[in-house]
Design a protein around this ligand. Structure first.
Ligand SMILES: [Ca+2]
Ligand SMILES: [Ca+2]
Length: 492
């Protein structure tokens, strides 16, 4: 009794003498369609990203981090719910998860922080789409900034008509405009203002979602001038690389507006696309720099966890395609880095990591109440010691039955029709040689197969866009509502 009274008095005295301890802030930076073509991540030797590289020096970089679904909506849904796409059945660009009874009240990452006294802010692309309209969005975040997106764009497409529908998003190149008129610039400006004005006695969770280098990739000449106008910018590709990949691998990106390598080569657009993507990456890097500098200027850098992530990878010619929707490293590997209190400086880890690990990791770093319903693992062991083993590989799913399993050394892929691939990422980092048929790898294959998701749901109700199903009995696949047969020519 006396002791309890003493402690209460102690607490009171402390509270009167010093400000109430505040939990660390969170700065949550998303970059859309950003692969590892960032200096600190080593995916492209010419990438110029000085601001992210500087951030990496005071944090931990995950060199083997992967999305849980290689497409915007399912990847972001998985990250924000902390659940695998195979657990929700959300694989396509629809549905918005709140429209499903099972997930309509599920506590997301920012909602969990709000429940622990954080004020939550968002701007740009964090979720895919409008989160159910202005009335409902308040439930997701407290404060909403600009929607961001493309911003200023040319009056008509800069490149010629692209195959499979001449989608307006399939465009890129130099055009004169002001950086200030881009959606991403506005997202950064708004985020800077929130950081400056955030109350000091209440922790914040600020989300900033950049749209670029998602297509259309427009930038001004000065960003293009960072990159040589010659073929040294092109990524390595192998002629006939798809000769040893199963036909089913094509079904995952069967008929899409993203042009194939053949089209960009024949139309003299490959180098232009690659330089446009790199130019936009450098532009976004500068916007990340503005936010991080504002955090430092506000004196909040030592009390803020920064997490920077991309929602999935992007092909720029590798495996004969451009775009996403694949289970190879180029489609699944994402930039992921953490910085701030509790995170090692200038550290790099090759341990596998998944985007759905972000939710439990932030809970762990900020000392919030743990949640047992999350499917990711806290990365705090790796943030303290980059050599610490994470026993689970990274698992990416693209529609029911199609899964990529990425360990530290190997990539194993299993498709819905039973076909498989295996790559030795140590000796074949470009995934050029599928060694799944080699008998000496039988035990490696068995070890990786055991990580295939045990729960593997069919698409949720109202699934649409890039949804693929497969019927074993008829050996027919359905891609976006249309039957694909073994004999159908691969669309170009
Ligand atoms: Ca995306
Ligand atoms: Ca090959």
């Amino acid at each position: 009794m006396l002791c309890a009274l003493f402690c209460v008095l102690c607490g009171r005295t402390e509270a009167a003498d010093s400000p109430k301890p505040v939990k660390p802030n969170v700065l949550f930076i998303a970059i859309d369609d950003q692969n590892d073509w960032i200096g600190a991540f080593g995916g492209h030797p010419l990438a110029k990203t000085p601001h992210i590289d500087r951030l990496a020096k005071r944090g931990t970089v995950f060199l083997n981090a992967h999305c849980n679904a290689p497409l915007c909506n399912p990847s972001r849904t998985s990250l924000m719910l902390g659940l695998r796409p195979t657990t929700t059945g959300i694989y396509g660009l629809a549905p918005w998860f709140r429209t499903l009874d099972e997930w309509k009240d599920r506590v997301t990452l920012p909602q969990h922080f709000k429940a622990h006294g954080y004020k939550t802010y968002t701007s740009g692309k964090i979720y895919h789409g409008g989160v159910g309209g202005p009335q409902k969005r308040q439930a997701e975040f407290d404060v909403w900034g600009p929607a961001g997106g493309i911003g200023v764009k040319p009056e008509k497409k800069l490149i010629g008509p692209t195959p499979m529908g001449n989608n307006p998003l399939m465009d890129w190149g130099v055009f004169p405009h002001k950086d200030e008129d881009k959606g991403d610039y506005q997202v950064a400006s708004w985020t800077v203002e929130q950081i400056k004005n955030a109350p000091k006695d209440e922790p914040f969770f600020i989300a900033a979602g950049f749209f670029l280098p998602h297509v259309p990739c427009y930038a001004t000449q000065k960003w293009f001038d960072l990159y040589p106008d010659d073929d040294s910018v092109l990524p390595p590709v192998l002629k006939n690389d798809r000769a040893d990949t199963p036909r089913f691998s094509w079904y995952l990106h069967w008929n899409l507006p993203e042009p194939r390598l053949k089209w960009v080569q024949e139309n003299n657009q490959w180098r232009n696309l690659v330089r446009s993507y790199l130019a936009c990456t450098s532009f976004v890097d500068a916007q990340v720099g503005r936010i991080v500098e504002a955090l430092e200027a506000a004196g909040q850098a030592d009390n803020t966890i920064i997490v920077l992530w991309g929602d999935h990878g992007w092909h720029l010619g590798e495996k004969g395609i451009t775009g996403k929707n694949t289970l190879w490293d180029r489609g699944t590997k994402v930039p992921l880095l953490f910085a701030g209190p509790g995170v090692s400086n200038a550290a790099r880890t090759t341990q596998p990591a998944e985007l759905l690990d972000i939710y439990p990791t932030l809970i762990d770093l900020c000392g919030l109440k743990p949640r047992t319903v999350l499917e990711g693992l806290s990365l705090v062991p790796q943030l303290k010691d980059a050599q610490a083993k994470r026993e689970r590989p990274a698992i990416t799913s693209h529609n029911q039955g199609n899964h990529g399993i990425r360990s530290e050394r190997w990539r194993y892929i299993h498709y819905a029709d039973g076909s498989e691939e295996l790559y030795d990422m140590k000796n074949d980092p470009n995934e050029w040689t599928n060694v799944v048929a080699k008998t000496e790898h039988a035990s490696v294959i068995t070890e990786h197969r055991r990580w295939l998701p045990k729960i593997d749901l069919p698409p949720a109700p109202n699934s649409a866009h890039r949804v693929l199903t497969y019927d074993k009995a008829t050996d027919e696949a359905i891609w976006e509502g249309k039957t694909v047969r073994r004999t159908d020519a691969i669309p170009e």
